[in-house]
Design a protein around this ligand. Structure first.
Ligand SMILES: [Ca+2]
Length: 148
């Protein structure tokens, strides 16, 4: 009887703790901006700002930061950090090569869910809340129309 009560206490205090810690922290999310996409020196540039610092080692081109177009499944590029919350992708090929002559669609996927735990993470290792449901995990997808 006493053990059962103690177990009950453990289960209750555990769930209360989960509720408290769950409310206190907001997950890593992308802040939507109108100036995401641009061309610099003929290269395609995509900039995202997050709501908190990002673990730099987790942002990897064509692994956790995936850019594609109508004609290219993976646009090769490099990642640099403007500050600890702002990530800049620059294509290593000219924008003209990544797109068709008139432009086209650019698709971005930021990985927040992966069976291999290869995702964009905050400083504590929690994955990106890309689907914006308020809890860590879920991919972020964005599609842009681009005119050359
Ligand atoms: Ca989520």
């Amino acid at each position: 009887m006493r053990i059962a009560k103690f177990l009950m206490f453990l289960i209750l205090s555990g769930s209360i703790l989960t509720i408290i810690t769950g409310c206190g922290t907001s997950p890593l999310q992308v802040i939507e901006s109108k100036k995401t996409l641009s061309v610099e020196d003929g290269k395609l540039v995509i900039i995202y700002t997050f709501n908190q610092p990002v673990n730099r080692r987790t942002v990897i081109p064509n692994s956790t930061f995936i850019v594609s177009t109508d004609s290219l499944k993976e646009v090769p590029g490099t990642i640099e950090f403007i500050d600890d919350r702002t990530v800049k992708f620059t294509s290593s090929i000219p924008a003209e090569e990544a797109l068709s002559t008139n432009g086209g669609k650019i698709n971005v996927r930021l990985v927040g869910r992966s069976p291999f735990k290869e995702w964009i993470a905050d400083m504590k290792g929690n994955p990106l809340d890309g689907d914006n449901d308020g809890s860590s995990g879920g991919d972020y997808y964005a599609h842009y129309s681009f005119n050359m």
